[in-house]
Design a protein around this ligand. Structure first.
Ligand code: 3PG
Length: 385
């Protein structure tokens, strides 16, 4: 695909699609990983002399209505503190927007626009008419065929990939296509159902698959143990059993349980076969966590998505911490992605020790599954024609 870094952007109006879908609380951004990852692209466009328009979605608002709760205003404020030029939020832009060199115009949440999610040609042409060059840089939204990720790329005079998108594809490609082995995948999070396809895909390519969090509880139940009132999915026990038969999935031997799902719940460590009906598994026990750390120590490539326990609660965060630390300490090429995963990396201060931190959540999982990302595919088509 065509790359932004290779283009002459002097005096051109450049429309950059970023994924600035970040958590916001009380009008302020609470995790800026995605915005920080987008900054080098925006700065590069400015350095190349472009007039820069930036667009993104935030959350899932009702289409066709402005809603304060989903405004990009907090994002624009954050950007203003990080960029060397003034940043302006523009609400009304579909019929044209005046941009100056040496400023950045943030276009209000694209999901307020009718036709964004349906990817109508009408809206896509309006976006395309705003620019000379469209830069797709939103890896986190590349799995969505929407107006601002896909449609606009069909009609823009020039459509190219931004540096962040290129870096993401390269890092994930390195981990998945012909990886240094052993390749160990760590898939945590609450539900098997939301990650079944990724678990199945990974089971075909990785040497060991580590499951954590609520997902692990379903595997514990599949081994015939009582999981008490733990979060788990009974219906998915057959799938868990099949995965265990196909692949080496390290077995949990001890767990941390509590009697209520709360920040103040007391953690009790016990063997996995002694969980009582009134208890719920909320974290790995120390032996299990150490066993996983030992496996990770010898890995040459690591893919990580999802925490290994309820790491938001300090009493149940040790398992995730031990695993995260092991990933950080290993010499492996490590790639981590997903909102909770990034929050965990942040909590333990390990950002600098993971080889690549992806801004993708759903997009990361779809890429790992081997699915085509529509917003990348359209850039490939444009490059060919
Ligand atoms: C994400 O957070 O995964 C992306 O920004 C995509 O958001 P969406 O799932 O609402 O399309």
């Amino acid at each position: 695909v065509l790359k932004m870094a290779e283009l002459d952007l002097q005096g051109k109006t450049v429309l950059i699609r970023e994924d600035l879908n970040v958590p916001v609380k009380d009008g302020a951004v609470t995790s800026a990983v995605r915005i920080n990852s987008a900054l080098p692209t925006i700065k590069l466009a400015l350095e190349k002399g472009a007039k820069v328009l930036v667009m993104s979605h935030l959350g899932r608002p009702v289409e066709g209505e402005y809603d304060d709760e989903f405004s990009l205003a907090p994002v624009a404020t954050y950007l203003a503190g990080k960029l060397p030029v003034p940043v302006r939020l523009e609400k009304d832009y579909l019929n044209g927007v005046e941009a100056k060199a040496s400023e950045v115009v943030v276009l209000e949440n694209v999901r307020f626009n009718v036709g964004e999610k349906k990817n109508t040609d009408e809206l896509a042409k309006q976006y395309a008419a705003l620019c000379d060059v469209f830069v797709m840089d939103a890896f986190g939204t590349a799995h969505r065929a929407q107006g601002s990720t896909h449609g606009v790329a069909k009609f823009a005079p020039v459509a190219c990939a931004g540096p962040l998108l290129s870096a993401e594809l390269e890092a994930l490609g390195k981990a998945l296509d012909n990886p240094a082995r052993p390749l160990v995948a760590v898939v945590g999070g609450s539900k098997v159902s939301t990650k079944l396809t990724v678990l199945e895909s990974l089971s075909k390519i990785c040497d060991q698959l580590i499951v954590g969090g609520g997902i692990s509880n379903t595997f514990v139940a599949a081994r015939g143990y009582n999981v008490g009132k733990s979060l788990y999915e009974k219906d998915l026990i057959p799938q868990a059993q099949k995965l265990m038969a196909d692949l080496d999935i390290p077995e949990v031997t001890d767990v941390r349980v509590g009697t209520e799902f709360s920040e103040t719940a007391v953690a009790t460590i016990k063997p996995v076969d002694q969980v009582l009906d009134n208890e719920e598994i909320m974290d790995l026990g120390p032996d299990s966590a150490q066993a996983l750390a030992d496996i990770l120590k010898d890995a040459k490539t690591i893919l990580w998505n999802g925490p290994c326990g309820v790491f938001e609660f300090d009493n149940f965060s040790k398992g995730t911490e031990v695993v995260a630390q092991a990933i950080a300490d290993s010499d492996a090429f490590s790639v981590a992605g997903g909102g909770d995963t990034l929050a965990a990396i942040d909590k333990y201060g390990l950002s600098d020790k993971i080889s690549y931190i992806s801004t993708g959540g759903g997009a990361f999982l779809e890429f790992v599954e081997g699915k085509v990302l529509p917003a990348v595919e359209i850039l490939e088509q444009r490059a060919k024609s």
